[in-house]
Design a protein around this ligand. Structure first.
Ligand code: PLP
Length: 501
């Protein structure tokens, strides 16, 4: 390795980072610098800047894993230099991926024998998994329409308006119309009756969510399946179901094994799950499994041989790290069914403590369901003095990242605060959060009581005439804060449906 010394003063290595000139210069932002810097300095400077990121463990906005056992951290570091796609070079890694696919397919009750290989693939997350599943449906539908001599240029998917943004991405990127069943106040998931009414001959699939991102509620996949079986019988169509089990896929099998949402239902042809959510692996790993070989059109699978033997691949990207797949295999065999069940039960119990504590304040209406993904989503009963956005903003002072957002159409007028309970959110943290929520509520009450009302000399002074009323309320500190939060939210929301993932 060649390290340039041209810009280092003589003996500079004798200084520590903060006594060197690097503490006095800005880190490059736009152009790669001409010269090298010492590795300790680069490490220190970047680490320091990263201190200003939030603490992932206190990020209660996300379902994504923020803690793994040290043994698994080690396993990840040991395999961080392996490329998943080099299947011939890393046949064991490929084998571990296939074992994960088999285990997940069995967990979802795929109709396969004990020693039969399941059909599925690892992805970067549920988003890639959903793109692949969507493409398979689109191609299958188009093939059938071609055979029948019918047009195949207007495919659509029926979903609830509560779908995660990746479905909208799929729709836009791959030119499929998204027909959304609107939500109503008090019912925040897709209504299967309305969904089936929206199905037509161009519907490539109905996508149901196991664990709505907004409230954690499971959609009624069984009812959807039964209604759709009827509709298909009446019309002669063959509209299938995809289940987006990004978060619920690793919860329902352990906490609600009797719930029929998976391949036990005949119309469910593919399911995705995020390995990096309740699969308990760091980001990014996801999975998609198909019911059978027939549900994945052969023409979407590419065969490559320039890395050695023939390798089938069905992914959007080519190279990616292998360590997340290895980490998933670690979790599956290390925890087993028993371990996952205990962790999910703990999450559920801690969610209950938080939910009860929030209810006890008398200020919140809980909109999440006890039987869904372990999270607490709540709206304020009285938002006249302050909103959930204020609560969210003020919790930041204590280090907590708790998002607030509005519901999907047609329930946008409902704003909620959401706390996701992950494995590493223990009882004592739940209790601390409750204490801090109570503090914030008291502070906001006090603030609201002090809001000052003054009489302005003339309302038209600033050009904003208020007809027939020359008294305006001066913006209180609270109002200013609210407007600031609203402005931030609108920036964040410009290209995003909600501020949550
Ligand atoms: C998180 C989530 C996604 C996107 O998953 P990624 O793994 O982050 O790509 C899709 N659907 C639902 C329901 C989700 O909760």
């Amino acid at each position: 390795m060649v390290i340039s010394h041209s810009s280092s003063g003589p003996g500079e290595s004798a200084y520590n980072t903060f006594s060197s000139r690097y503490a006095r210069v800005e880190l490059p932002r736009y152009r790669m610098p001409e010269n090298s810097i010492p590795k300790e300095t680069a490490y220190q400077m970047i680490t320091d800047e990263l201190m200003l990121d939030g603490n992932p463990r206190l990020d209660l906005a996300s379902f994504v894993t923020t803690w793994m056992e040290p043994e698994c951290d080690k396993l990840i570091m040991d395999s961080i230099n392996k490329n998943y796609v080099d299947m011939d070079e890393y046949p064991v890694t490929t084998e571990l991926q296939n074992r994960c696919v088999n285990m997940i397919a069995h967990l979802f009750n795929a109709p396969i024998n004990e020693d039969e290989k399941a059909i599925g693939v690892s992805t970067v997350g549920s988003s890639e998994a959903i793109m692949l599943a969507g493409l398979a449906f689109k191609r299958k539908w188009a093939n059938k329409r071609k055979e029948e001599g019918k047009p195949y240029d207007k495919p659509n998917i029926v979903t609830g308006a509560n779908v995660q943004v990746c479905w909208e991405k799929f729709a836009r990127y791959f030119e499929v119309e998204l027909k959304e069943v609107k939500l109503t106040e008090g019912y925040y998931v897709m209504d299967p009756l309305k969904a089936v009414e929206m199905v037509d001959e161009n519907t490539i699939c109905v996508a149901a969510i196991l664990g709505s991102t907004l409230t954690g509620e499971y959609e009624d996949v069984k009812l959807l399946n039964d209604l759709l079986v009827e509709k298909n019988k009446e019309t002669g169509w063959n509209v299938p179901i995809h289940v987006d089990a990004a978060s619920g896929g690793f919860i329902a099998p352990f906490l609600h094994p009797e719930l029929e949402w998976d391949f036990r239902l005949p119309l469910v042809k593919s399911i995705n799950v995020s390995g990096h959510k309740y699969g308990l692996v760091y980001p990014g790993v996801g999975w998609v499994v198909w019911r059978s070989k027939d549900d994945l059109p052969e023409e979407l699978i590419f065969h490559i041989n320039y890395l050695g033997t023939d390798q089938p691949t069905f992914t959007l990207n080519f190279s990616k790290g292998a360590s997340q797949i290895i980490a998933q295999y670690y979790q599956l065999i290390r925890l087993g069914f028993e371990g996952y069940k205990h962790i999910m039960e703990n999450c559920q119990a801690n969610a209950a403590v938080l939910r009860e504590g929030m209810e006890a304040t008398g200020r919140f209406s809980i909109v999440s369901k006890e039987d869904g993904v372990p999270l607490v989503a709540a709206s304020l009963k009285d938002s006249t003095k302050f909103s959930v956005f204020d609560v969210s903003e003020n919790l930041r002072k204590f280090g907590w990242i708790v998002p607030a957002y509005t519901m999907a159409p047609d329930a946008e007028h409902v704003a909620v605060l959401r706390v996701v309970i992950r494995e590493d959110f223990s009882r004592s943290l739940a209790q601390r959060l409750l204490a801090d929520i109570n503090k914030v509520l008291h502070e906001l009450d006090a603030h609201a009581a002090h809001a000052i009302k003054v009489t302005a000399p003339t309302a038209t002074q600033n050009g904003n005439g208020v007809d027939g009323d020359d008294t305006v309320t001066q913006k209180s500190v609270l109002d200013t804060e609210k407007r600031f939060v609203a402005a931030c939210m609108s920036l964040v929301k410009k290209n995003k449906k909600t501020g949550v993932c």
